[in-house]
Design a protein around this ligand. Sequence first.
Ligand code: SF4
Ligand code: SF4
Ligand code: FES
Length: 252
Amino acid sequence: MMDDDWTSASAGATTLTVTVWRGGADGKYQEFRVPRRESQTVLDVVTYIQRHVDPTLAYRFACRVGMCGSCAMTVNGAPRWTCRAHVDAVAVAGRLEIGPLANLPVVRDLVADMREFFDKWARAKGRFKPSATRDDDFAKVSPQEHKRMEADAGIECIGCGVCYAACDIVKWNRDYLGPAALNRAWTLANDVRDAGSVERLIAVSGDAGCHSCHTLGSCAELCPKKLSPTRSIAGLKRATLAVALGRKEAGE
Ligand code: SF4
Ligand code: SF4
Ligand code: FES
């Protein structure tokens, strides 16, 4: 359907006015009109534009059910996972403004370049380092153990980048590891099967690490999985301090 035909067919009270970021960092917002639907998500709106109005619109998604973490965008000023963000909950007076995630370079339109986000997971040593070999028996970790419960509290992260886009410290200091990488480091610091804890705590304790967090909590407020990176970072602060004191006592 041509843009003009579609626009005239859908004009009226049952439409949303949607402005969408187009281009790279020097791009601008473009306005579209999208038919209102029951139980419509922001991702449905973006998909409608791409399929019915402008097939050149670039955006990213995969699972559509809140599992893959690939669909996050800025919606009316706040970062959100768009496949589970209902228009009813986020539209203001029938309007949506949709842009790429903040605090990351723009590739094009709604696609942010996630490389620095995941590079920071690597810098925070967010990879499991096994302490056992294939010849060892399975580790038995009780669900009631304190460390297991600490790890469980942060383990459901889907890597969506919402917290990273919400964090003012990331905006001011692009070297800061950010809430997701630090949350991941804390889950591993509590994994009793992991052998990389000391080097990980050292990796997250520098100037761009956990001690830069101002505990403002935007990450926890907006995390779609209801995780609290703020709480994980507080745990890392305690643990890194303990390592530092231990080193001092050991004369290092
Ligand atoms: S609590 Fe820390 S990591 Fe979370 S948004 Fe605030 S400064 Fe960033
Ligand atoms: S901590 Fe939450 S907001 Fe941050 S990447 Fe993980 S799921 Fe997304
Ligand atoms: S498309 Fe997978 S989380 Fe939204």
